[in-house]
Write a new protein. Sequence first.
Length: 472
Amino acid sequence: MKLFGKDKKDVLSTSQLNDLGYKLFISGDNLGALKCYDESLSISPSGATFVSKAQVLSRMKKYKESIDACDKAIELESGDVTALVEKARALAELGKQNESIDTYDLALEMEPRNVQTLTAKASTLKSMGRHKEAKDCNDLAYGMDQNFFLEMAIASAQHGIGDVQDAVYWLDRFIDNNPESVIAYLNKALAVEGLGNKEEGLNLLDSALALGTNNKDLFINRNYTITLDQSQLRELDSGNISFDQILSRKSLDFQIHFHKGRIFNELGRYEEAINSFDFATEVDPSLAEAYYNKGVAYGHLQRFDAALFCFDKVLEILSKHVDAQKNKGYCLLRLNRPEEALQIFDRILETDTNDVYAIVNKAIALNDTGKHRESIKWYNKALEIEPTAIDILNNKARALYAIGKYHEVLKCYDKALEIDPNEIFILMNKSQVFYNLGQYQESINNIERALAINPDNPKLLEIKKKIQESLK
């Protein structure tokens, strides 16, 4: 069926067009949504459709056109609060804050208890530096609907929508009134972590765990597949708890342990991270990201067999998880299984021929299987995409050395040192090549350059002593 066909059988109703426009809008297809709303308006103009069109235009940053659409909605329905609020937002974006405030006030005359309008007005007042009036607006709205502010704070904490510092403020307010709210503690932890306070985030997650999952906190994420154990089935049969409450408890437990593990990973506390992810996967064994992050922790601990097991678990759940594929390939390389790693990176490159990580690691796998010349071709391909990548130049030098191309090896190192003259490991490798070639003075010259950068490096001092003995 054509979307906008001319045949009678192909023509969609205004309701169908509006529904399709909304689906396209939430999927990010602004032009498609706009086309749907324009077609609907050509059939039967309505205030609601003009407002929907205005929302699309605002997202496209076409604020003047958005205001025009809002005005048409208001002409059709003079009491359309949604149109007034959308117009006020667009006016604020154009820098017309005073007109924006006046428009919000018109909307609030019609619906004085509209929490969303009050908070939107507060946001504009705050941008104008009118902080006391903004606070008064928000306080009024908060007194009407605390849960709205909780949802707003959760969106900010979990998805970075809005001001995270504001989210912390409202979560604190909510906790003052609801001191046993696990959800509030969990999301405050995420918010303060987002502001860089990781240790405080961990403490708040521990507070959430200490509270236990409060049955009043029905925080149910339907994306989770929950398997109930026998004790939970008995609890459900007893009638003392609902299925939704069990879902709520399990999903919150999962999130708290998952986020603890993630923060421990970022702090380099990998053993504690693994313990947290173990708890998370006990709560829900189907969550790929818990296994993925656990694998990352094992990788940092150089426990590549355990990491490989985790990445395999991820791929059982999500077979196209590219990062899990990449990490699996890396683990196979570290476990001296280059042939298997090569298969992994070839599969990734079938989907994305310019994936530099896959290209470089394919080159490493080829080099490890003795296919040095083929390996060099793949390093060259990687350098076409990232010509200043020092690690790639270093690995290419390794492959060139294996086939006796010592002059080209030194050219790779010289190119790397042009990019960054202070790369000590490149100077060390260049020194080693000269040493292996019996050119001891050149070897010690490069070590001296490295020591000028880091004079107390024990490894460099040891190498210098070894070369000096060879010079005797």
